[in-house]
Design a protein. Sequence first.
Length: 129
Amino acid sequence: MQQVFNPPAVPKPFGAYNHGVLVPPGASLLVTSGQLGIGLDDVIPCDVSEQAELCFKAIGAILEEAGMSFADVIRISGFVTRREDFPAYMAVRDRFTLDRKPTSTLIVVGGFTRPEFKVEVEITAAKIF
């Protein structure tokens, strides 16, 4: 079982995440590439929430294929192009990860490979089989 750390010497997390997660010996690690908000039909929604939804659904498919679930996610790195999109992104993130809060980083970036992309998400997961 993973151990979480939110020491009193560090300010409380700003949202639904933990400051640290310790993975026990013998765990398998899964690291994903950044997933973008694009559907199998190559459609890129204009809305950041819809793009984030597609990112997390893609991550869910990768987790499932690896025999894992969102309960195994220990770290999320999210990237958005506008600070105003933080709440919309975090609302989607929290729907997928609220059962077990992973560590989380959210960064504003200048852009992605195509200008219509507004969000990209990558994760690290750990599981003892």
